[in-house]
Design a protein around this ligand. Sequence first.
Ligand SMILES: NC(=O)c1ccc[n+]([C@@H]2O[C@H](COP(=O)([O-])OP(=O)(O)OC[C@H]3O[C@@H](n4cnc5c(N)ncnc54)[C@H](O)[C@@H]3O)[C@@H](O)[C@H]2O)c1
Ligand SMILES: [Zn+2]
Ligand SMILES: [Zn+2]
Length: 372
Amino acid sequence: MREIQAAVIERAGQPTTIETLRLDDPRPGEVLVRMTASGVCHSDLHVRDGHWERPGPIVMGHEGAGVIEAVGEGLDPRVVGRPVALSWYAPCLRCRECQRGRQWLCTASPALRHAQADGTTRLSRPDGSPVLAYLSIGTMASAQVVPATAVVPMPDGVPPEVAALIGCGVATGVGAVTRTARVPAGSTVAVIGLGGVGLSCVMGAVLAGARRIVAVDVNRAKIDLAGTLGATHWVQADPETPRRTIDAIREAAGDGGPDFVFEAIGLPATIEQAIGALPPGGTAVLVGLTRFGQSASFEAFPFVDGGRRILGSNYGSSVAAVDFPALAEAYLAGRLPVDRLIDRRLALPELEDAFDRLRDGQAARQVVMFQA
Ligand SMILES: NC(=O)c1ccc[n+]([C@@H]2O[C@H](COP(=O)([O-])OP(=O)(O)OC[C@H]3O[C@@H](n4cnc5c(N)ncnc54)[C@H](O)[C@@H]3O)[C@@H](O)[C@H]2O)c1
Ligand SMILES: [Zn+2]
Ligand SMILES: [Zn+2]
């Protein structure tokens, strides 16, 4: 047992507070990780702002990296000291989806209960009451016990903040392009929303060899950042004039519209723009997550008549154990400049301020750094 510092919310929609919690030792199938970095993803903000119902109290954070400190009985202790990135969807490896290689659809992940595989948590308050860990990994904490299947060793030389981003935004955005949509070289691509996820879609489109990459955001600074990552065209969106945004995306992509449009915000209006910008044969890939209960609509006849497609992309259709090391190697080879997404490093007590900046659309990726 040890004491940790962690950012806790009592329930969805409540602000975070920094608390001292007790962390029990890892049990069989579990790993104790000392956290080194945790990115601030909009999916944390959805919970913080009450867009998604979640049980509580719960330690926030799901985009993390750390160093293995101890392992539960039955695991190889030689991994102690290894730097790792964490997957927020620890696969059970036994369900039908895991068996067929679609771990991002695992139906028995401990992440579904924000607890360990046996349904219990290793976290408690000083009074002994239990505390959950968001998606089983609750990375806004100085240390955590996590399922062993959430832990992916990183090659030497990957900075902690880069490993953290690989754990969500990068795997989600790059994977949406290379895994979910399998964008062929020479395609035209548009990305609507240039936060950590959308900027990763831009990097993925570069890796895939896209011919044109149209970066779309309301914020000019985000568009400029996308340009440094390889976007070739841009559209500054005005939410008041969605039709104009659609026309500008089509114009920038050429040939009647982009072959692929990635929506990386999670607003019904921008989902409708993504679908509306498609030429015949085009594909809209929905990556952004809306508030619970929201719908988007489109005119059905031209969609069907034009052979268009819509794909939902969860976690970039990633298999963490395979894809995280590949993303890390692409970073090390200079082909995936993940570090350019990071515009602020902060300490855990500044998390609420980081959420304010993210809510205002000002942040690219902010990363909480933990002291060794
Ligand atoms: N599918 C998945 O597996 C998965 C994984 C991680 C995150 N997400 C979701 O992806 C979304 C993006 O996450 P993020 O961390 O990159 O968010 P973010 O807040 O950093 O980025 C959103 C971007 O959209 C821009 N934007 C807002 N409204 C706009 C509009 N009307 N038109 C154009 N641009 C607009 C903002 O300026 C900002 O740059 C969130 O909904 C998050 O929950 C999904
Ligand atoms: Zn995330
Ligand atoms: Zn499974």
